[in-house]
Design a protein around this ligand. Structure first.
Ligand SMILES: NC(=O)c1ccc[n+]([C@@H]2O[C@H](COP(=O)([O-])OP(=O)(O)OC[C@H]3O[C@@H](n4cnc5c(N)ncnc54)[C@H](OP(=O)(O)O)[C@@H]3O)[C@@H](O)[C@H]2O)c1
Length: 345
């Protein structure tokens, strides 16, 4: 099978298309013929982290396709099934946090930027009906992270208000759509009015330019004193202001640090206003099933920025950093496969 292998770490990663042996499923495992895969911030984080793992390696956490073989002891999934892949490995039984076996598909374990990927049978589920493989591939890591952040941590529901930072990001666009679909009032921040307008089209109630010095005052005015929860993945120097965007008793939910992994805050903004800060990463198997149950009846679809053939992975990697990107960058791995591009609902 063909695999896009990372052969050199760096800011400009080097990929090569290699012919590698087909994976064989062991007990409890399945092999998925990958039709489409999608990039996540985790991929550049790996390729920029020198010596993260031995090279060459196949990156990719997100994928969708059809099962091509199943191992012994696999009960349920069958060859030919159209599936999505849950990239969370070894979460365990607890809901509040994963166990020690926790890992994410795609480096050091070979991931989805290849024609076939080996995963535990428990990590595949039926592709959402009517979704294209591109949409189904785009859903998984970002959708799961967004579900846990928006629903489990931020309590998205009617009567609740949320602020989503970096709404044009791969995860942010999922948070906006999930929270809006569940009836929450969603506000966004972005660097561009165009991305704010697109977020409003996805269901947000409004948005603010984070380069506007008065944006928190505008938000507090619009929400009558601040939002119930902020869902943030930027961190860096933004937290002091984000805390003041919360109503007293509100919660800052954090799942990333695009803007830097050190933040200085006025601690009084936390304890004197009964606020909390909660971290989250990925999600449990139960949350992944809840996400799929939700999308079975929801009217939204993943926002796809661009689709590239597997052999153009270097261009896809560059696109991930483009300032005008909005939503997910997808790799079409098997262009000749049955695409299932059925957009009926
Ligand atoms: N913990 C987890 O499970 C998990 C899962 C997925 C991702 N992550 C992390 O979460 C972060 C976001 O991931 P992603 O895939 O959504 O990344 P992404 O698609 O690259 O989005 C990043 C967004 O950050 C926004 N941004 C830039 N400057 C900002 C500022 N000053 N204030 C607020 N937002 C700003 C940009 O928004 P505009 O373009 O609108 O300006 C951009 O869309 C990354 O750090 C990633 O590593 C964590």
């Amino acid at each position: 099978m063909r695999a896009a292998r990372l052969v050199a770490f760096g800011d400009t990663p080097r990929f090569e298309l290699h012919d590698v042996p087909d994976p064989l499923p062991g007990p409890g495992e399945v092999v998925v013929d990958v039709y489409a895969a999608a990039l996540n911030r985790r991929d550049p984080w790996v390729w920029r982290t020198a010596d993260y793992c031995p090279l060459p390696v196949t990156l990719g956490s997100d994928g969708a396709g059809r099962l091509s073989s199943v191992g012994s002891d696999v009960d349920g999934p069958a060859v030919g099934d159209a599936v999505v892949i849950n990239p969370t490995l070894g979460w365990g039984d607890a809901e509040d946090l994963p166990g020690e076996a926790f890992d994410i598909l795609g480096a050091p374990l070979d991931g989805t930027f290849a024609e076939r990927v080996l995963v535990p049978a428990a990590n595949v589920a039926a592709k959402p009906a009517g979704w294209s493989y591109d949409e189904a591939a785009a859903l998984n890591l970002g959708g799961l992270t967004a579900w846990r952040a928006a629903v489990t941590c931020a309590g998205a529901a009617p009567g609740r208000s949320l602020l989503v930072t970096g709404a044009g990001g791969g995860v942010g666009s999922f948070v906006v759509q999930i929270a809006a679909a569940l009836g929450a009032s969603v506000y966004v921040t972005s660097s561009s009015q165009d991305k704010i307008d697109r977020s409003v089209a996805l269901g947000a109630a409004g948005g603010f330019r984070y380069d506007d010095p008065d944006w928190t005052e505008q938000l507090r005015a619009a929400t009558g004193g601040g939002v119930d929860a902020v869902v943030d993945s930027y961190a860096g120097d933004s937290w002091d202001r984000l805390l003041t965007a919360l109503r007293p008793g509100g919660r800052l939910v954090t799942f990333g640090d695009t803007g830097g992994d050190e933040a200085t805050i006025d601690v009084m903004q936390v304890y004197w206003h009964w606020r909390s800060i909660q971290g989250t990463t990925m999600g449990s198997p139960r949350e992944y099933r809840a996400l799929l149950d939700h999308v079975a009846s929801a009217r939204w679809r993943p926002v796809i920025d661009r689709v590239y053939p597997l052999e153009e992975i270097a261009a896809a990697a560059v696109r991930l950093d483009a300032p005008d990107r909005y939503g997910k960058v997808v790799l079409r791995v098997r262009p000749d496969a049955d695409r299932g591009d059925d957009h009926e609902r």
